[in-house]
Design a protein around this ligand. Structure first.
Ligand SMILES: NCc1[nH]cc(CCC(=O)O)c1CC(=O)O
Length: 311
């Protein structure tokens, strides 16, 4: 294998995204000691726009400009949160996933400056989140709490919380760890209470398809379990034709005995209807498991729930 001299890494420029890039740079340098890396930060539509994502062509709002830089040859490697990569359409033509990194915590966390847990929050507490997935599940489990729209990267949301725009936040544990703020977590929510999004906690390394030098150089960072779990989850989302504003949650888990399970839920925005499916792969490959669970949800009426949300 010929290792390139330099790999230019493109990413969003939020603190979380830059921390992710530093992790990839460190891992690449450990794997190939002579290799140099450079960071190419870009600002995406999703970073600029603070309104409803559905209004700015929500699909790919956090990935479009990053993928464009990769395809234009301004960078050789893109680092994405899998959670932010659309699954209802193929990856941009000419690009491919070279690796999925070992998975971080998939759970969401409550951030409440007063230190209360979700069950202790008084009626009317304002939870800052614009996520349909979080809003629907909270409406089902804690209907006395109020969700208020809040967007922006995790650091910005913490600032908005302290400025009084909300009383508490729901954020991904992995994201808070990446920005070095796990200290603000008051409660980690189990997946039963707050089912995570597809691709939670997984970073994807994306390359130009024919750039075999770079693909080969970075593929050694891939984690087999993250690959199987992500493949099952993204196929589920693909078959459901879920979009960035979909009330869909789910996660696959590679068990120690080698079997793979996939659980997924589809909600109405008010959380009053919850479709639920859980299957084991057994002899099925991860993508077929994803298809099977998606079909189980479609049989329960998932199409209407997903299509009723503007996108
Ligand atoms: N939508 C922003 C985003 N994209 C990925 C993560 C978390 C990290 C991950 O799951 O990889 C976050 C922040 C959040 O939801 O709190």
């Amino acid at each position: 294998m010929t290792v390139p001299e330099l790999i230019r890494i493109v990413s969003r420029s939020s603190p979380m995204a830059l921390a992710q890039v530093e992790r990839v740079r460190a891992a690449l340098t450990a794997l190939h000691p002579g290799l140099r890396t450079e960071v190419v930060p870009v600002v995406t539509t999703g970073d600029r726009w603070m309104g409803d994502l559905a209004q700015v062509e929500g699909k790919g709002a956090f990935t479009k400009e990053v993928d464009a830089a990769l395809l234009a040859g301004e960078a050789d490697l893109a680092v994405h949160c899998v959670k932010d990569i659309p699954a209802d359409r193929p990856l941009p033509a000419g690009t491919t996933f070279a690796a999925f990194l070992e998975r971080d915590d998939i759970r969401d966390a409550l951030v409440h400056p007063g230190g209360l847990t979700l069950d202790e929050l008084p009626a009317g507490t304002r939870i800052g989140t614009s996520s349909v997935r979080r809003t629907a599940q909270l409406a089902a489990s804690h209907p006395h709490l109020e969700c208020v729209a809040m967007r922006g990267n995790a650091n910005r949301r913490l600032e908005k919380l302290h400025a009084g725009e909300a009383d508490a936040l729901l954020l991904a544990v992995s994201g808070l760890e990446r920005i070095g703020r796990p200290d603000v977590i008051t409660q980690v929510l189990s997946p039963e209470i707050m089912c995570p999004p597809i691709g939670a906690g997984v970073l994807a390394l994306q390359c130009r398809e024919h750039d075999t030098e770079v693909v080969d150089a970075v593929s050694g960072l891939g984690d087999p379990d993250a690959h199987r779990e992500t493949t099952a989850e993204r196929m589920l989302l693909h078959v459901l034709q879920g979009h960035c504003n979909s009330p869909i949650a789910g996660y696959a888990r590679a068990e120690r005995n080698g079997d793979l399970s996939l659980r997924a839920k589809v909600f109405t925005p008010d959380g009053k209807t919850v479709l639920n499916a859980h299957e084991w792969a057994g002899p099925l490959d991860p993508a077929t498991l994803g298809t099977s669970v998606a079909v189980a949800l479609l049989r329960q009426g998932a199409r209407d729930l997903i299509d009723s949300i503007a996108h």
